[in-house]
Design a protein. Structure first.
Length: 425
């Protein structure tokens, strides 16, 4: 009877360690911090989640010690039992004892405790917190020695470590998907996370307003002409240039016009009221660009190429709309617009009309087409792509075939494609 009681106690200890390991793994400091609990116990729980490596190391050492003792003890007890009862031959006794021990250890020491730990992690963490902390402290010398030994062995191996073990973006998106299914977050939150992950995958050239569509003002413009431009276009800010758009020297804010009294309109000077623009290369990621704009308190940046020629402009609104969708203000037309392109018009027959300035990345997402790298390295827009495929400037009504789609040129201007009708072959 005593032997059975000791065996059960050891099995319960194994179950405790397995359950505790699963609880610590399943919870995070962030998820527990969002609750309403406070106090000493809660702070201890947060510490356990914050130091998962140390805690799990102590739990694993304790679990291995218990499992080893359990296996040895079960072998000795069963051997004595089978020898006395002669239930099995001396050769079969240890085999049967090992089989029974393994089954009991797997079922009651691993599988069931871990399922309980996953299911009731939030509730059980406050029950096991103090015992886990005590075990970690007691086994700290052992875990520290093992940590030093493991690091020494890792240095001897001819492999590079794969990083800090932090979850990748793709892993976080998968976790968000499962969290949505479990009801922890809603569909909108999951979509926002997915779109936010694109910040470092999209370059400024994919979001910018191309130079041929930029409305700028000369530095010597007078008050009346400037007021007329703002009234016509309803812009908040416009770039200021010297002689042409390649020489942008500033950004003018409409609110500066409101500060001018009628008596001062004749002496108004744009150069004295503009701010120095932020210049950025066309290949910078919009995540980095957004951070630069925040640091410089800039709402508009000028996109330039390697020769310092203006390629376009980009605003904070452009970045936000590219990732999260179009934001209509009081001056925008009240019509639904695509997250991919403001210009596209979908027809009921499956045909699509797009601007020639749409980027190949956006078009590829829209049509589920992956353009070859040899093309995307050389051109960035549909206009450039059609010119590349044809080998010359496309003309109106001309048809160009690619993949499973037919591109019909609807409008052109100065060797530039303005509108394209896309349909299946």
């Amino acid at each position: 009877m005593t032997e059975i009681l000791i065996f059960v106690i050891l099995l319960l200890c194994s179950a405790f360690f397995s359950c505790s390991e699963t609880i610590i793994t399943a919870l995070s400091e962030m998820s527990l911090s969002s609750g309403t609990r406070t106090g000493r116990l809660h702070n201890l729980v947060l510490w356990l989640c914050r130091n998962k490596g140390t805690v799990i190391g102590g739990i694993l050492v304790g679990n291995n010690i218990v499992n080893t003792v359990l296996a040895v003890y079960a072998g000795v007890v069963s051997d004595n039992f089978f020898t006395k009862t002669q239930m099995f031959s001396p050769a079969m006794g240890p085999i049967v004892a090992s089989f029974i021990t393994i089954v009991l250890l797997l079922v009651f020491g691993e599988v069931i405790p871990k399922q309980i730990g996953v299911t009731f992690a939030r509730r059980l963490i406050y029950i096991v917190a103090y015992p886990i902390y005590a075990i970690v402290l007691v086994l700290k010398p052992v875990t520290s020695a093992m940590d030093i030994l493991s690091r020494f062995v890792m240095k001897l191996l001819p492999f590079k470590q794969d990083g800090s073990g932090a979850p990748t973006i793709q892993e976080m998106l998968v976790m968000a998907k499962y969290s949505e299914k479990a009801g922890h977050i809603d569909s909108l939150e999951r979509k926002l996370m997915a779109r936010s992950s694109k910040f470092n995958d999209i370059a400024a050239r994919d979001v910018m307003v191309p130079r041929n569509k930029v409305t700028g003002i000369p530095v010597n413009i007078d008050y009346e002409a400037l007021m007329a431009i703002f009234k016509e276009n309803m812009y908040t800010r416009v770039p200021v240039y010297i002689s042409d758009i390649d020489e942008i020297i500033g950004v003018f804010n409409f609110k500066e016009l409101l500060k001018i009294s009628k008596n001062d309109t004749s002496t108004f000077n744009v150069a004295k009221n503009m701010i120095v623009p932020l210049y950025i290369p066309e290949n910078v990621a919009i995540g980095e660009l957004l951070e630069r704009m925040r640091e410089n308190c800039s709402h508009m940046a000028v996109v330039i190429d390697e020769y310092a020629a203006t390629q376009g402009i980009i605003t904070m609104e452009d970045i936000v709309e590219r990732v999260f969708g179009v934001i209509n203000d009081e001056y925008d037309e009240d019509v639904p617009r695509s997250l991919i392109s403001e210009q596209e018009k979908l027809h009921n027959d499956g045909k699509i009309i797009v601007d020639g300035s749409i980027t190949l990345q956006d078009l590829g997402e829209m049509l589920s087409v992956k353009f070859p790298e040899k093309i995307t390295r050389r051109v960035n827009t549909l206009n450039g792509f059609l010119t590349f495929v044809k080998g010359d400037f496309p003309k109106e009504k001309e048809k160009i075939y690619y993949d499973r789609y037919l591109f019909i040129i609807k409008e052109t201007e100065s060797h530039r494609v303005e509108k394209v009708l896309i349909t299946g072959k």
